[in-house]
Design a binder for this molecule. Structure first.
Ligand code: PLP
Length: 256
């Protein structure tokens, strides 16, 4: 298991990988800040707010839900305390990613929701190099949300790469591949372990996460890494991988 969850207590897992290219751009062009989007519990905005606080980069978070405010939960309270300016927008404006009129868009770099973009994908290059430096895997595996992480792994590694979908968005990921003009013949998307829908927490999955933690002393959460590891254990049981294969599975963090 590649423990990207250990990168940093706050900016952990694939959050850092997806943000780093933007942070580099923002640091090279200090006149502009960063805007991004997320829900009320967004791991992505949480990590972004912290990095911007530490590096003194102005940042704005567009939050889904006009009924919310910074006191609605501890995450929003914390990200505001780190200096991110929060704008709460209704669901239809959020869906269209409309930036409120009072914001001068030209003064900001815009990071799409969840860090999905060409720049986000580029951030996975170092991760692949780190893996190649110490291991010769036959397969790379990661949980899939926006697909940014798995597309980066597949693109830079050129290995058999398996993305375990954590929501029902296979079409969206396929569109992302077309949009980014990627040719990824060794990428497979597996939709067997969604457990119904995004963020579902059926008892079987929660029990698995607890078992995994007890067995290996590695905490995993049920939304992403838990679904991926459940899937891998099931595939092993079904003898999906040829005997002797080396699998590297990515712990994408998400424990905060
Ligand atoms: C902990 C965690 N793991 C995996 C993912 C999925 O990554 P991606 O959106 O790059 O597919 C996310 C979402 O960003 C996440 O928060």
């Amino acid at each position: 298991m590649k423990r990207d969850d250990l990168i940093h207590p706050t900016v952990s897992g694939n959050k850092w990988r997806k943000l780093k290219e933007y942070i580099r751009i923002a640091q090279d062009n200090p006149k502009k800040g960063i805007i991004s989007f997320g829900g009320a519990y967004s791991n992505h905005l949480y990590a972004l707010a912290f990095v911007c606080y530490k590096l003194k980069i102005p940042c704005i978070g567009i939050i889904r839900g006009e009924e919310l405010n910074a006191s609605s939960n501890a995450y929003l309270t914390q990200i505001e305390a780190w200096g991110m300016i929060l704008h709460f927008v209704d669901r239809s404006n959020y869906r269209e990613k409309i930036i409120p009129n009072q914001i001068q868009k030209e003064d900001y770099w815009i990071i799409p929701e969840g860090g999905y973009s060409k720049e986000g994908i580029m951030g996975l290059k170092d991760l692949v190099n780190e893996i190649h430096a110490s291991l010769k895997p036959d397969y790379l595996l990661s949980a899939v949300g926006t697909g940014t992480t798995i597309l980066g792994l597949a693109q830079y590694s050129n290995l058999d790469t398996i993305g375990i979908l954590c929501l029902n968005n296979e079409e969206e990921i396929k569109n992302h591949i077309l949009e980014q003009e990627l040719i990824l013949p060794k990428l497979q998307l597996n939709k067997e372990y969604v457990f119904g829908k995004y963020a579902s927490k059926p008892p079987e999955l929660l029990e698995f996460c607890q078992f995994f933690q007890d067995q290996f002393q590695i905490p995993i959460e049920p939304t992403y890494t838990g679904k991926m590891m459940f899937g891998i254990f099931d595939m092993l049981k079904k003898k999906y991988f040829p005997a002797g294969s080396t699998l590297v599975c990515l712990h994408t963090g998400g424990i905060k």
